[in-house]
Design a protein. Structure first.
Length: 239
């Protein structure tokens, strides 16, 4: 199916980590916008391998999807390591991945998405972009409060007021399970996008790229790998 032609003045900035969710969101944005730029964040993450994976995935988008290549614009990498040092968690330090006394996983980085969105909005303002796209999700959100749509609605209004710009925060995965996210990848980009997601994206909290499982690369035991594998199995099961 040919890719629809979006309005020529339509643009978006995708918060792109190189993981499964942001990869699907990038494809979603490329279907809807004439110009799509990406932004990543170095916040001192323990699984910093994702920063290298980002560039691989972006290169593969250009190579495997000619219908999108002309729409995929500049990539930006922002240094937020000082934030990561303050927001200490199992994603930024060598700590066990477990539930804390607050009932949140130790992988929770306080306010991470809020910080990302402030920086992304500042960048978007300078780039003439009003739509921010993120892979936040309430269905499989692990309890992170900054992944909730209510939080993002409040942030959207704050950005509008604080920057005098009509920002829109799009969250195409907000109400989808991981199985539905796999299905969405296939719907948008066919088996080529599914294969790219399996072969090149990175989600593992421990930063492992081996072995290659049916659902992708990773340790296979951390919460991120377990969620991704479960969703893949649920999606493939009816086939």
């Amino acid at each position: 199916m040919p890719s629809p032609t979006p309005p020529p003045d339509s643009s978006a900035l995708v918060l792109f980590s190189g993981g499964q969710d942001s990869t699907v969101c990038l494809a979603w944005a490329l279907e809807r916008h004439a110009r799509v730029e990406t932004v990543g964040f170095d916040y001192g993450q323990r699984h910093s391998i994702e920063l290298g994976v980002r560039m691989t995935v972006l290169g593969e988008f250009r190579a495997r999807f000619p219908q999108w290549a002309g729409r995929l614009g500049e990539d930006h990498l922002l240094d937020l390591r000082s934030f990561g040092a303050v927001a200490d968690s199992a994603l930024t330090a060598d700590r066990a991945i477990e539930m804390t006394e607050r009932g949140l996983p130790s992988t929770y980085v306080p306010g991470r998405n809020l910080a990302f969105l402030i920086y992304a909005a500042a960048l978007a303002d300078r780039r003439g972009i009003a739509t921010l796209v993120g892979g936040m999700c309430e269905t499989d959100y692990s309890g992170y409060p900054d992944c909730r749509r209510g939080t993002l609605d409040a942030m959207q209004e704050t950005l509008r007021l604080g920057m005098e710009r009509p920002f829109v925060i799009e969250t195409p995965l907000m109400w989808k399970t991981k199985a539905q996210t796999w299905a969405m990848a296939q719907e948008i980009g066919g088996e080529a996008l599914v294969a790219l997601t399996i072969e090149e994206t990175h989600t593992c909290y421990l930063g492992q790229r081996e072995p290659l499982h049916a659902w992708g690369r990773g340790c296979g035991t951390c919460p991120a790998c377990a969620l991704r594998a479960k969703g893949f199995d649920e999606w493939r099961e009816p086939l």
